[in-house]
Ligand binder design. Structure first.
Ligand SMILES: *[C@@H]1O[C@H](CO)[C@@H](O)[C@H](O)[C@H]1NC(C)=O
Length: 325
């Protein structure tokens, strides 16, 4: 069990580090034998918007791939490929659309191409089933089942993926990936182990998680939950009872509902709060009753090897593997 989480997050961490350009290769994994990744040119991403059709970024898609730029991607099978997956990622305040341009696969022969609204790794989903607006089965959109009906699939957060299986050499498909602005991002996977973010939930009864798939220190600089306006009217007990609170979570899974709370922040918040979370995934989660406009601002940076080592000595690993039910 431990090993599985470690492996899948290791892969994910490597995938993400490809985006930051400090990793040229990716470990082999059961999904694929294509183990070499090229480094993406991040500058391309910024220049992508509103580029005429003939200048759109194009490249081939690999059986295991990670893509953070807009463009047109073509997979061509040079041999039977039973288990492929491509992970797509945008900025936190963006969502993705995936559009099939041309598809030449043998649906009847057992080929498939399935878009997933989020990321899934060995049954663990981001966002978790509870946090996503659609029921689980609707998050999978299979090309072979829906065919021409759903030519474009739009994600609900900054990550999406496709799974595909192709039996015949020479079969291929092409998809175009675009990014769209999302004014109120809820459920984000950070592209980098360093950054800052402000999450706002505007009077919606929902819970949002910002995940950083690295061991990091998170500093919450500010948050405002509706209670502040209500303090005089009714005293509020523990965080969970208030219905609106912020959690810092850690664990070795990408499913936020299975992460363990490191701390809860609500009415008693005084000044900036810093927490080191030495797990493979760390998340800021905001639980929102829908009665208020809730807001949290935070920054994060990767832990140094020394910091990780000292957390290990305090048996933080046990904590990381102690996934909530
Ligand atoms: C949000 O999380 C809280 C506490 O974990 C839970 O009680 C509530 O049902 C969740 N709300 C939604 C809309 O999922």
């Amino acid at each position: 069990m431990e090993r599985t989480f470690r492996e899948q997050l290791f892969l994910l961490a490597l995938c993400v580090s490809v985006l930051t350009g400090d990793c040229r290769y990716i470990e082999n994994n059961e999904i694929s034998k294509d183990d070499i990744y090229s480094v993406f040119n991040l500058d391309l991403k910024r220049e992508m918007s509103e580029i005429p059709e003939e200048l759109i970024y194009r490249r081939s898609l690999r059986c295991l791939d990670m893509i953070s730029v807009e463009g047109q991607f073509t997979f061509t099978a040079d041999r039977p490929q039973p288990n492929c997956a491509a992970f797509f990622m945008a900025e936190p305040n963006e969502v993705l659309s995936l559009e099939y341009d041309s598809v030449d696969v043998d649906c009847r022969g057992g080929d498939f191409i399935t878009v997933f609204d989020g990321w899934v790794m060995k049954g663990e989903k981001f966002p978790s089933s509870q946090d996503h607006p659609l029921p689980s089965f609707e998050r999978y959109v299979s090309y072979c089942d829906s065919g021409s009906v759903r030519k474009t699939v739009r994600s609900n957060q900054n990550v999406a993926m496709i799974f595909f299986r192709i039996h015949n050499e020479g079969s291929s498909f092409t998809i175009t990936v675009r990014k769209h602005n999302n004014p109120f991002p809820c459920n984000v996977i950070s592209q980098s182990p360093e950054g800052s973010f402000t999450m706002v939930i505007p009077q919606q009864h929902r819970n949002c998680s910002f995940s950083i798939v690295y061991p990091v220190e998170i500093e919450v600089s500010e948050f405002s939950l509706g209670h502040y306006n209500n303090i005089a009217k009714r005293p509020l007990p523990g965080c969970a009872e208030t219905g609106d609170f912020v959690q810092l979570l850690g664990g070795n899974t990408i499913d936020p509902s299975k992460l363990s709370p490191v701390t809860d922040l609500c009415i008693s918040f005084t000044g900036p709060t810093q927490m080191k979370i030495g797990c493979e995934n760390a998340a800021v989660r905001m639980v929102s009753s829908g009665r208020f406009i809730n807001r949290v601002s935070f920054s994060y940076r990767p832990l140094t090897p020394q910091e990780l080592q000292s957390l290990k000595l305090n048996s933080i690993d046990d904590f990381c593997f102690n996934n909530s039910p």
